[in-house]
Design a protein. Structure first.
Length: 168
């Protein structure tokens, strides 16, 4: 089954459609935040601290809640830039098929962060679609910019990195 998703031309077409749909969702989520410039995550982060995901009295993600309280909330100005621009860049990467796997990885990372805070919304569907793209690996960008970018990166960047390790 894995071979089908990673090597098959028809699977690449299916994954391209999934990739474009997911990328569109990321861009539509980001567009208003980026263009209006009024995005502020302070309320969201405060709510995540005050109402953590819990089972009875037991907080289910105490490490994540500590991260929100002690790192994310004090740096909310940075978070206010990272989230909208990250969403936009993930969407662009998925739609164009350029750096598809890094784009879907960071998209999944954001989805899981939202889920840990208790935000269900469309995140489970986006996680499912993201895993389909990750499953396809290199085949995910076959009908996209990765077809051209990946060989170039391997030649220009990969060879330089490999040469550094050979010298060491």
């Amino acid at each position: 089954m894995l071979k089908f998703w990673r090597d098959n031309k028809y699977a690449a077409i299916i994954v391209a459609v999934v990739r474009i749909v997911l990328g569109y969702k990321w861009i539509t989520s980001a567009w208003g935040k980026v263009t209006t410039g009024g995005f502020d995550a302070t309320g969201y982060l405060t709510n995540a601290i005050n109402n953590p995901v819990a089972k009875g009295d037991e907080v289910l993600y105490p490490v994540y809640n500590a991260f929100i309280e002690h790192i994310a909330l004090p740096m909310v100005d940075v978070i206010n830039v990272i989230i909208p621009w990250g969403e936009l860049l993930v969407g662009i990467g998925l739609i164009t098929g350029i750096l598809t796997l890094p784009a879907v990885f960071f998209g999944l990372l954001m989805n899981f962060m939202f889920l840990f805070a208790g935000t269900i919304s469309t995140n489970p569907l986006m996680v499912l679609l993201g895993f389909i793209i990750m499953l396809a690996a290199g085949n995910a960008g076959k009908f996209g910019g990765d077809y051209f970018v990946t060989p170039w990166l391997k030649e220009k960047v990969g060879n330089k990195i490999a040469a550094r390790f050979k010298k060491a």
